[in-house]
Write a protein that binds this ligand. Structure first.
Ligand SMILES: *Cc1c(COP(=O)(O)O)cnc(C)c1O
Length: 320
């Protein structure tokens, strides 16, 4: 059995990130509350540094490096928010960072990562294995590899968002959390079980990639091909060795949302709440809307995981 993080580790992480990560706002919408017949509290990680909750886990993980690890540096493989989270956290802590990205990664993401001072190493996503490249770099240069979700300190760091939500609004009846590899969901579950024990916790993933739901229901980690969905932050192929047992133990169910539902939620949050939310960040609200009847009169939490979507794509999705 792997050594799993606990709520104490989430508390320790919140002390490490304090003053570095933003304590993001909790927002509400009267229009939505009236339509749902419920009270909905949004934890707005689209306002987190670099635009997503991933800063929390990355900063926490790097804070725990030994002086030798700090000097040698960190390596991560990602084309998305984890890359920027590691790059920014590393710069803030004076640690050299190397990020392995596909050659065809969006130019804006490459530029953002380089802008935070990281070295970007490209690979061909059709012929090369990024995990192998990451591991080779780690071995050759003594770098420490930080994976995007299946890591003790990453999970503990991600749990700090839900911890803040419960501290700010009190106990909840239901909490909806976006699900990719499960770092955010497992960390949130640790916080919920400690601070609001009766709260039901639902992970929400794209309909096209429901490996988490299949895993939860079968009791085994199910692997799938990279799913086709607009929710690019949740295109993971499987849950982790650490995230899965926590999810199995502490989460009530895994739900799914279609791309069309995500676009409706993106549009609602932009128009009514003035929030720019990336497609993956809409998963929680999409599931809450599906469960409208069960949520009547309840106190509902939704974690908005991030807001990194370029404006041309955002406009295109809303117009589709
Ligand atoms: C990474 C990410 C997710 C999924 O998080 P996991 O910890 O992999 O489950 C969801 N939303 C956004 C915006 C992300 O960047």
């Amino acid at each position: 059995m792997n050594h799993l993080p606990t709520f104490d580790d989430v508390v320790a992480a919140s002390e490490r990130i304090q003053g570095h990560a933003h304590r993001t706002p909790v927002m509400t919408s009267r229009t939505l509350d009236e339509a749902m017949g419920a009270q909905v509290f949004f934890k707005c990680e689209n306002f987190q540094r670099m635009g997503a909750f991933k800063f929390r886990g990355a900063f926490n993980a790097l804070s725990r490096f030994s002086p030798e690890q700090k000097q040698a540096g960190v390596v991560a493989f990602s084309s998305g928010n984890h890359a920027q989270a590691i790059a920014l956290s590393a710069r803030l802590q004076g640690i050299p960072a190397t990020i392995v990205m596909p050659e065809d990664a969006p130019a804006a993401k490459v530029a953002a990562t380089q802008g935070y001072g990281a070295d970007v190493v490209f690979y061909d996503r059709y012929t090369e294995d990024r995990e192998q490249i990451g591991r080779d770099l780690a071995e050759k240069h003594g770098l420490t590899l930080i994976p995007p979700y299946d890591h003790f300190d990453v999970i503990s760091g991600q749990g700090t968002a839900a911890k803040e939500l419960f501290e700010d609004v009190g106990t909840l009846d239901v909490l909806f959390v976006c699900l990719g590899g499960g770092g955010l969901l497992s960390g949130s579950a640790l916080a919920a079980r400690a601070l609001s024990p009766a709260c039901k916790i639902y992970g929400v993933e794209p309909e096209a990639g429901n490996d988490g739901q299949q895993s939860f229901r079968s009791g085994q980690i199910v692997h799938i091909d990279t799913p086709k969905t607009i929710a690019d932050g949740a295109q993971t192929q499987h849950l982790g060795q650490l995230t899965f047992p926590i999810i199995q133990r502490d989460v009530d169910d895994i739900l799914t949302a279609s791309d069309a539902e995500l676009i409706e939620c993106m549009s609602f949050m932009a128009e009514r709440m003035k929030l720019v939310v990336e497609p993956t960040g809409c998963l929680g609200l999409a599931a809450a809307r599906q469960m409208k009847d069960e949520l009547k009169g309840k106190r509902v939490g939704v974690i908005i995981s991030g807001g990194n979507v370029d404006m041309v794509r955002f406009a295109g999705l809303l117009a589709s």
